[in-house]
Design a protein around this ligand. Structure first.
Ligand SMILES: [Cu+2]
Length: 167
């Protein structure tokens, strides 16, 4: 391989890795269980909802919300991380329908993992909701542009270098 080709392939791999950033989750915490179970049908809500992961979570910066079919927040208080489990309190529930549990936690390796699941309330409760839900927690992965910029710089440097050699 010529040096330019080598540089180009390094740049290409860098870009591919950046684009696949979220797919590199194989090294991160993976959710193994959820309570209530995904798509389960309940006649009354539990006191808390929780998600269990395959490894310890970092206790800071966890987010977990429960958003009801009315678009309101039905989770109560701040999320709690204990070992590999993140949980949040739940108000007495209200309207029947689908309640979405959204979470964002930090893996032991420092990577952020987010996701959601939902369960169904089959009998209306008498609870009162919290405030209207904020937009769901999003996966704040690494931005892609520094990788792309870095790859572009590598390509440019490689081209200049190849030119100098030739001349
Ligand atoms: Cu990771």
């Amino acid at each position: 391989m010529t040096p330019l080709r080598r540089l180009l392939s390094v740049a290409f791999i860098t870009v591919v890795m950046a684009i696949n950033g979220t797919a590199m989750a194989w090294a991160h915490a993976v959710r193994e269980a959820a309570d209530p179970a995904p798509d389960s049908a309940l006649s009354t809500g539990p006191a808390r909802v929780s998600a269990t992961f395959n490894e310890q979570l970092q206790p800071t910066f966890a987010a977990m919300t429960v958003v009801g079919p009315d678009g309101n927040l039905w989770s109560d208080g701040t999320p709690r991380v204990q070992g590999s489990v993140v949980s949040v309190g739940l108000r007495p529930l209200g309207p029947t329908g689908s309640y979405a549990v959204n979470y964002r936690v930090t893996s032991a390796d420092g990577h952020v993992v987010s996701g959601s699941w939902s369960f169904i309330l089959t009998a209306a409760g008498t609870g009162a909701p919290g405030p209207s839900a904020a937009p769901p927690v999003s996966d704040r992965g690494l931005p892609v542009w520094p990788f792309v910029a870095g790859a572009a710089a590598l390509i440019a440097a490689g081209a200049v270098w190849a030119q100098r050699r030739r001349g």
